[in-house]
Design a protein around this ligand. Structure first.
Ligand code: 13P
Length: 287
């Protein structure tokens, strides 16, 4: 059964480790992440962007697939199904469809509007027993043409949003989605420390987990990060393994064209990436 992310993140914050959010795109992704979490006895959060939700034909399909897998694969570790960077309407749709966690990304609104919309969604999410993530300080990405430093959130605004009763808080600390450019200045630990001091117990969320060096990840965890989002890195390892299979001509041998064979190396590559991240984040054995 899907669970809210609240308990797993409270435990992570208290135990000084982080739970990984791995974004899903299809059946292979979902199966690989769930299988790895179970094998490593780790809690896990499955992230679904609005785009990926559409790609999978809608949130109900996602909920059906994930719930089916939890049962058929005998998954016993805590699993949350979480909307990633949701709009207000997207949040309502996911609550309706049976997600166990949502993120409302109001970071592009003026702070007052972010506060107002987050307040409404906190109330709805709490009534239904869902966890809710909010965001302060937009987290850019290569695709938005952002080069160099990502935005840094205002710690006082973080405190204002944290006080609305959200379960976890994403704050920009110089992180961005996708691959980091060569001239990236790294995470702003100064900002993270200031946010942590004002928000106390609140589990903090680090987006853009792909490509952040291990030592920075570890330091971020010591400064209150309890959830780390990873998406691009699984896509890169899947693509690399699939490319190799095709370039080696394996699809041309025997029944190598069967999707269950063709997608197998990519599936294994996602598993390896998720394992590496869970070990780095310290969530192994914490289910
Ligand atoms: P990456 O794609 O950089 O790993 O970021 C994932 C993320 O933050 C999803 O919200």
């Amino acid at each position: 059964m899907l669970v809210s992310a609240e308990d797993m993140l409270k435990k992570a914050k208290a135990g000084h480790y982080a739970v990984g959010q791995f974004n899903i795109n299809n059946l292979e992704w979902t199966k690989a992440i769930l299988m790895t979490a179970q094998e490593l006895n780790s809690p896990v959060i499955l992230g679904v962007s609005e785009g990926a939700g559409k790609y999978m034909t809608g949130y109900k399909t996602v909920v059906g697939m994930v719930n089916g897998m939890l049962e058929e694969m005998n998954i016993t570790v805590p699993v949350a199904l979480h909307l990633d960077h949701g709009s207000y309407d997207g949040c309502l749709k996911c609550i309706e469809a049976g997600f166990s966690s949502i993120m409302f990304d109001g970071s592009h609104y003026p702070i007052d509007e972010n506060v107002a919309k987050t307040t409404e969604l906190v109330k709805i999410a709490k009534e239904k027993g869902l966890s809710i993530e909010a965001e302060v300080g937009a987290i850019g990405g290569e695709e938005d043409g952002v080069i160099g430093k990502g935005e840094c959130a205002d710690p006082k605004e973080c405190k204002a949003i944290a006080d609305l009763g959200v379960t976890m808080l994403a704050a920009g600390i110089g992180n961005i989605h996708g691959k980091y450019p060569d001239n990236w200045e790294g995470l702003s630990f100064e900002t993270l420390e200031a946010i942590q001091q004002l928000t106390g117990e609140m589990p903090l969320v680090l987006h853009g987990g792909t490509g952040i060096p291990a030592d920075m990840i570890k330091k971020a965890i010591t400064l209150g990060v309890a959830k780390i989002n990873v998406n691009t890195e699984c896509q890169l390892s899947f693509a690399e393994a699939t490319r190799k299979y095709i370039e080696d001509g394996k699809d041309l041998q025997g029944k190598g064209f069967d999707p269950r064979k063709l997608l197998a190396p990519g599936f294994e590559a996602i598993k390896a990436t998720v394992k590496e991240k869970m070990e780095l984040f310290g969530s192994v054995g914490k289910a």
